[in-house]
Write a protein that binds this ligand. Structure first.
Ligand SMILES: [Zn+2]
Length: 457
């Protein structure tokens, strides 16, 4: 059964103030960041936040959308306590961007449109009563609508990952505190489509899609007909449930918002916006392969995580880029994912990484010691150079020096030597362990074995 998914992704833009007033986006206590505009009081007049428009234009240009000639807004009729003025200001007739695409695994997912709109207030349910926090009312959102071209929940995840990476590079989304939400249309080829509303968070979106795809497939297998409907996602129970039969778009009764004057998007204006678009992931991948000579696979992993890319570029200025790529992409990310951490949570100082890689590059410590240091570095920052000095760690590089340590271990571990000579092969591991300890892990294990076997012949 072919799965067909279309997404409507809502992303909160990282501006200081709301979309149509000068209230801060970062209110602390409930309802401490509101004014007559975001509370929808009669007679109040919205004024467009230029920064939000510019941010929306950045993502539209980065995703190669066609840009509207003019920015206009409409009122979407909407009667609910989270929208005090009974309509939401959004873009309907002409979105700021249309077309464009995001490529995942060599497949293009086309975009229908990208538009700007205001977020409603937050409803907080407490027992039998509901409280309203208008701090969120008027937060700037962009809505990114895809064509129904996504064919699995995994593809949806890849799409979102790529989108978030691009938003991060553009500096318009706060991944740590910003909210990403989605509505998803899901159908099995030949069946009616079901809409799931309001799934919050990157991981939840994939979970909800996984559940709904299975549910529909199961229904079809049992010969049941899928009805066109809207469902909600319950993240606690991990299920979608019926909300209502699908309404038509016209029900919202859109009308142009006459309070907001149209803004012309001239070539000169767009030229200025283009100046603010930095190098994006696909450009970085090419640069890493060409200038730094690192593997395509490594380049892709590094560039897909903008914090990692940033760290890599700083480190690669001082360290052989191939070594830096290997250690950042493999060792650092191994430790980060093993500890179930996120790069955002870490306070990694690039000078410490540079010190560590210098020690490895100059063969002053072994890779094993390097791995141990990197494991500690993600817990708290410290200088690897000073650490190595304090701990008295140094590479036992000469065979002669290592042979002396092996001889000493043999003379101090008579019983293990006897056992080995009686045919207990495992005893040599014990002696090797003593040598590794004496060298603080700075000897190469296979070399130690080799020397011990030679000496014990
Ligand atoms: Zn306000």
């Amino acid at each position: 059964m072919k799965t067909i998914i279309g997404l409507e992704v809502h992303v909160e833009l990282d501006t200081d103030t709301k979309l149509f007033c000068s209230c801060t986006n970062k209110g602390k206590d409930p309802n401490d960041s509101c004014c007559e505009i975001c509370l929808g009081m009669p007679g109040s007049k919205p004024v467009l936040n230029k920064k939000a428009l510019n941010y929306a234009l950045r993502i539209c240009l980065a995703l190669k959308c066609n840009i509207a000639k003019q920015v206009i807004f409409s009122r979407k009729t909407y009667f609910y306590p989270d929208m005090a003025k009974n309509y939401q200001i959004t873009q309907y007739e002409i979105p700021v961007g249309s077309g464009g695409s995001i490529t995942i695994n060599n497949k293009e997912i086309n975009l229908t449109r990208i538009h700007l709109e205001e977020d409603p207030a937050a409803l907080i349910h407490q027992g039998s009563s509901t409280l309203i926090d208008y701090n969120r009312s008027g937060h700037p959102l962009i809505e990114i609508v895809t064509e129904p071209e996504i064919e699995s929940p995994e593809e949806a995840r890849e799409f979102l990952k790529k989108l978030i990476t691009t938003l991060n590079y553009l500096g318009i989304f706060d991944e740590k505190n910003g909210i990403i939400k989605a509505d998803a249309n899901i159908s099995m080829q030949g069946s009616e489509r079901v809409e799931i509303k309001n799934i919050t968070g990157f991981k939840e979106i994939e979970r909800a899609l996984n559940y709904e795809v299975l549910r529909q497939q199961e229904m079809i297998k049992q010969g049941q007909k899928i009805k066109r409907e809207t469902r909600g996602w319950d993240s606690d129970k991990g299920i979608t449930s019926f909300q209502r039969s699908k309404e038509q778009e016209e029900d919202y009764g859109y009308i142009l918002d006459s309070d907001l004057v149209p803004i012309d998007l001239t070539e000169d204006y767009l030229k200025e916006i283009k100046k603010d678009i930095p190098e994006l992931a696909h450009e970085k991948i090419q640069k890493y392969i060409k200038n730094y000579n690192i593997k395509k696979e490594d380049a892709e992993v590094i560039a897909s995580e903008y914090l990692l890319a940033d760290l890599f570029e700083k480190v690669a200025k001082k360290i052989n880029p191939e070594l830096a790529a290997k250690w950042l992409r493999r060792e650092l990310m191994r430790v980060v994912s093993y500890n179930k951490l996120d790069l955002h949570d870490l306070e990694i100082d690039e000078t410490h990484l540079i010190e560590l890689l210098e020690l490895i590059e100059k063969k002053q410590i072994t890779e094993q010691v390097g791995q141990r240091i990197i494991e500690q570095l993600i817990e708290k920052p410290f200088s690897p150079k000073e650490y190595v000095k304090k701990q008295g760690i140094k590479v036992v590089s000469s065979d002669k020096e290592l042979e002396e340590i092996c001889k000493k271990a043999i003379s101090e571990n008579k019983k293990a030597v006897d056992d080995y000579k009686k045919g207990n092969e495992k005893s040599i591991q014990f002696i090797a362990g003593q040598v590794m300890r004496a060298t603080k892990g700075q000897a190469e294990p296979h070399k130690v074995q080799e020397i011990l076997k030679k000496l014990l012949k």
